[in-house]
Design a protein around this ligand. Structure first.
Ligand code: PLP
Length: 388
């Protein structure tokens, strides 16, 4: 079998060749510590400063010092949530959405079990945040911080972040957004969207795994979780991972240059893929608001089937996708995102996420449209409920 056909870019992207090229000299020649005062140190420091400017530019941040490099999106989220909490001087209440990634939900649930009040805002059947419930919650509680994602990793649904952040700011709260799936895919401008804290992950935008960033608007109170040296202005101690930081900077530059091209390319392929699947596979439905969606993501459920089985058969055919269900403690738990959207029972277990990327081709889509209808037909023959 040749190269796998990759439709799982929301899980991770390959590292762009331009990124590898930009990183390489920082392993071999320019390996200095950015805190060192000599020439090798200065060379590394200049590279880190340049990368900080590139990350800031991607999200419209005016001051590069508002960017803190971290090890991943999960760390950025934890730093935003716990770092903000440690800077609060009064009892606090947090707000989040019912469809966040576990990298937000788990730290918030842990804080909740330690006594922090937590309110989850529901979504509607299209996966859109119920903003009237948010407004009511903001009116009724003294909210210290709201953490609401920019775009959902499972469905690709994009939240109206400007409206949401304005509501939270008017109520006097701090606004954090997990923009891990949005950054590099859609335009983000913190000059016009009043978020205070914003998380980014390198490996969702063609940089390596193990590098991330947190934007912290000037004046936002943030305690450090990791204490030690003065790196990242005392907000995240530890010698900087220079090659990976350079890689993230380069990936952000590429994302800015190519966003329009990537968007058009991915949307065109995604729409053809979806139309083809709906036309050839019985009992298929798209989950999520198709008008407000990342251009690369398609979450499709197949009535009465198991997503896991479809995903494994696609994998056997050389096609990498993912399923909305997570295999937890041996049982197939339907996705919390689809459950929050009240997806009908018959469609809950059978979801597959196709997430496209810069390097997908028409031929990749053709391969799915050739193999998937046969897989669905075969599974329907095996399942009494799902039979034609
Ligand atoms: N937030 C969202 C929305 C994600 O999709 C992911 C990863 O899938 C993360 C956070 C975690 O990012 P990382 O893998 O860099 O820790």
């Amino acid at each position: 079998m040749g190269e796998p056909i990759y439709f799982d870019n929301n899980a991770t992207t390959p590292v762009a060749p331009e990124v590898i090229e930009a990183m390489a000299p920082y392993f071999s020649e320019h390996w200095g510590n950015p805190s060192s005062m000599h020439r090798l140190g200065s060379k590394a420091k200049r590279a880190v400063d340049q990368a900080r400017r590139s990350v800031a530019a991607l999200i419209g941040a005016e001051d590069p010092n508002e960017i803190i490099f971290t090890s991943c999106g999960t760390e950025s989220n934890n730093l935003a949530l716990k770092g903000n909490l440690s800077a609060q001087s009064r009892p606090v209440s947090f707000i989040t959405s019912a469809v966040e990634h576990s990298a937000v939900l788990e730290p918030l649930m842990a804080l909740n079990s330690e006594g922090i009040e937590l309110h989850k805002i529901p979504v509607d059947p299209y996966g859109t945040l119920q903003q009237d419930v948010l407004a009511e919650q903001l009116k009724n509680t003294d909210t210290a911080l709201a953490s609401i994602m920019w775009a959902n990793n499972e469905t690709g649904v994009v939240f109206p972040m400007a409206e949401i952040a304005e509501k939270v700011k008017e109520a006097g709260g701090i606004m954090h957004t997990d923009a891990v799936q949005a950054a590099g895919k859609i335009a983000i401008d913190v000059k016009t969207v009043p978020v205070d804290l914003l998380s980014i992950s390198g490996h969702k935008l063609y940089a390596p795994k193990g590098i991330g960033a947190l934007y912290s608007r000037r004046g936002t109170r943030l305690g450090a979780l990791q204490k030690g040296g003065h790196q990242e202005r005392g907000r995240r101690a530890g010698t900087e991972n220079v090659p990976y930081i350079v890689g993230l900077g380069k990936a952000c530059e590429l994302a800015m240059q190519q966003m329009e091209k990537d968007t058009n390319h991915e949307r065109k392929l995604r729409d053809r893929l979806e139309a083809g699947i709906l036309a050839t596979c019985k009992g298929a439905r798209i989950n999520g608001d198709t008008l407000h969606r990342l251009p690369n993501t398609s979450n499709i459920s197949f009535e009465y089937l198991e997503g896991e089985a479809i995903m494994l058969m696609l994998d056997d055919a050389g096609i990498c996708t993912s399923t909305g269900s997570a295999c937890e403690s041996g049982s197939l738990e339907p996705s919390h995102v689809l459950r929050a959207m009240d997806v009908p029972r018959a469609f809950l277990q059978g979801s597959i996420r196709f997430s496209l990327g810069r390097y997908n081709t028409e031929a990749d889509v053709d391969a799915v449209l050739e193999k998937l209808p046969l897989i669905i037909k075969r599974l329907r023959e095996l399942s009494p409920l799902a039979a034609d």
